[in-house]
Every structure is written in C-alpha cells, then in structure tokens.
Ligand binder design. Structure first.
Ligand code: SF4
Length: 361
C-alpha cells in the first residue's frame, strides 16, 4: 500500500484504546493509580454513551481524561465517503491510519439495525464475482479497527436506537483473522460492550474447516454462515478458487461438527449468478447436499460489480430456482438486495473509489 511521506511524518503513535482488552485497560488504570470503578465508566462511555472523545467523558476527573488522551486514540480511521440509499442503508468508506481503505455498512430493516463489518484489507479468497478480492489481501485488521467500524455505524443512529445485529460479511475472510475477529465480537456481545446477543452475531466464511473447528471451541457460540455459492466442487472451484484446496464435503463435515458442538443452526449462503449457478439442476443438487442438515439457506441475487462479467438472474430464473427448493422442503430465504445505488455489496465502494483514482491518473 502506497503511503505518502507526509503521512508517515504525522503518524500518531498513541495506542488505539479499542485494541486493549478490558483486562489490559484495567491494568493500565491500576498502574496509573486509578480506581477500579473507572473501567466500567470508560467502557460505558465507549460503547453505550457514544462518546466522541475522551474529553466528552464528563464524569471522569479531568486529569484522567487528559491522561487517556495523551496515551490513547479513540478513533484511528477517517471518513473517506459516506453514502446513503433510499432504503435507509448507509455505507462508510474508511481510511485507516496506514492509508488503506475498508468498508462497512449499516442496514435498517424494520426493527433491526444491523452492521456489516470488514475483517481484512482486501481478501485472499478470490471469489470471482467479488470486488473485495480483486487485488488480493493487504493485511488483517486489528481488533480495534473491527470495533471502530461498529462504533462509527452505531453513531449514525439516533440515541434511542441500538445496534441489534453484527455480520462479519464485509471485506475479507473472518476466519483468516480469527483472533482479532473473536476478540472484537466478544466485546460486541458483552454486557459492558455493545450487549448484542451472540445469536445475532454472524461470522460469514467461505469455509475453512480447521478454523471452523477452532470457532466451535470458543467460549461464545456465534452464528456461523458458510458461503457455498455452488452445489458441487467443479462449479465451486471456478467461483471460489480456494475451494480447490478444501472441497465442499469437508466444509459440510466441519459445519456438522460446529452444529454438534454449539447447537447453533448453520446458515448457508448462495449468491445467485445469471446463467452460472441458477439452473434448476443446480437447485436440485443443492437440495441433495443440504438434505438432513439442520440449516437455513440464504439465496442472494447477485449485485453487479463494474468490470466483472456477472449479472443478476432474471426474475423467472429466480422464481424457478426458488420453486425447486421450496418443493423439496428446504428451509430457504431469498434475500432482497439492500443499498442499490450506493455500491453496497462487499468491496464495491472501495473498488469504485480505487477505479476513480486510477481513471484520474
Ligand atoms: S466474497 Fe468474501 S470471501 Fe469471497 S473474495 Fe469477497 S470478501 Fe473474500
């Protein structure tokens, strides 16, 4: 990633407070002679009362606020673009302190206030229909950078509204950055953090069996969504190249183990691409794959990406695909595309912005 010299000169060396676990923050308070009860106060300001700065934490002594400000940053990203769609979806393109860019999205659906958050800069999985993976992966995000996306989106809501759902389905493969993702999600689900039920926190993956097994051992069982996108290996190898090293069967076996260990029903995701994986024969094969599994299938008609040769299926193709699944008794949801007009699908806004920069040069 290209970094200007002037940016390097102005790097802020203070630690990101969101990178610290509560144990580390507690230790810091103790080392600095502060009372224990300051910890829940600070956490409350960060996650509940939506403080924009340490200075705004008005029930902390002035000396502690100054000390916090001299040692920590609350925000490490800057807002590059903020887009709003007519359906209430809002998307942020954030510039990280090293100049890299990531995206995150706020979705409004009835009472739900969901955030879709990135786990990496770019992605190494190379799904051929996705804007995020076009240039590979640059780096993992830190725990603080993952949490900061949630807090920035939370602050778009009026005070009386709370975040209800978190989905790790932005840029990147969350299971390739599992330590930071779990550390951030533990805060999202903690009562002193964002207080969101783990059932409403989804980790979406292309399926990495060893990491799914690790996830199954984690103290908090989050909801797992596996992106299948194809009913067999030959088609999936083309759409999700990393599948060549894994194979659908071993992913489904890992999903079964996750269900056994956690009791959590798995969601399978299937992006429907016109003329590629939307035939009735694909739907029939998919039903056979999922038979006997306690699962939910989410089918998402493709959101076109500039420069990629894929299209949204026709409504008659979507209807025929749905009919096969419904007739076979598959537990299926067809998701509406949200945020049309603001490049809301994963990686699109960053891509469009990069393209614009390239167009200019
Ligand atoms: S769809 Fe997800 S896993 Fe696939 S390349 Fe895009 S970000 Fe990565």
């Amino acid at each position: 990633m290209f970094t200007e010299k002037s940016q390097i000169d102005s790097i802020d060396r203070r630690a990101h407070i969101l990178d610290l676990t509560s144990e580390q923050l507690s230790q810091w308070l103790q080392t600095n002679g502060q009372a224990k009860y300051r910890l829940p106060q600070i956490l409350n300001w960060l996650y509940e009362r939506r403080a924009e700065s340490f200075e705004a934490m008005s029930d902390l002594p002035k000396g502690l606020r100054s000390l916090l400000d001299s040692e920590f940053r609350l925000w490490t990203t800057s807002l590059a673009t903020h887009k709003k769609a007519d359906d209430g979806t809002e998307k942020l393109l954030l510039t990280l302190s090293d100049g890299a860019q990531i995206e995150c999205v706020l979705l409004r659906e009835e009472n739900r206030r969901s955030v879709c958050v990135s786990s990496q800069v770019g992605c190494a999985m190379g799904c051929v229909f996705c804007a995020s993976g076009l240039d590979g992966v640059d780096r993992n995000l830190t725990r603080g950078e993952i949490l900061e996306q949630m807090l920035r989106l939370q602050r778009l809501l009026p005070n009386e509204e709370r975040l209800s759902h978190v989905v790790m389905m932005g840029m990147g493969e969350p299971l390739a950055n599992l330590n930071s993702v779990l550390s951030a999600l533990d805060v999202a689900s903690h009562e002193l953090g964002l207080g969101i039920s783990p059932r409403r926190i989804t980790i979406s993956t292309v399926g990495i069996p060893a990491a799914i097994d690790r996830l199954a051992q984690h103290s908090t069982p989050f909801h797992l969504a596996i992106s299948l996108h194809a009913p067999n290996d030959s088609l999936r190898n083309r759409l999700v190249p990393v599948n060549r090293k894994i194979g659908i069967e071993s992913i489904l076996e890992a999903a079964d183990r996750y269900f056994e260990a956690t009791g959590r029903r798995i969601t399978f995701e299937y992006v429907l691409l016109a003329g590629i994986n939307d035939r009735e024969s694909d739907a029939r094969e998919l039903t056979r794959r999922l038979a006997g599994r306690v699962s939910m299938l989410n089918v998402i008609p493709y959101n076109p990406v500039r420069g990629l040769p894929f299209a949204t299926p026709t409504s008659s193709a979507i209807h025929a695909f749905r009919t096969v699944l419904m007739d076979a008794g598959v537990n299926v949801m067809f998701r509406q595309r949200k945020g049309d007009g603001i490049d809301a699908a994963c990686g699109q806004l960053r891509r469009v912005t990069k393209d614009k920069v390239l167009d200019k040069n």
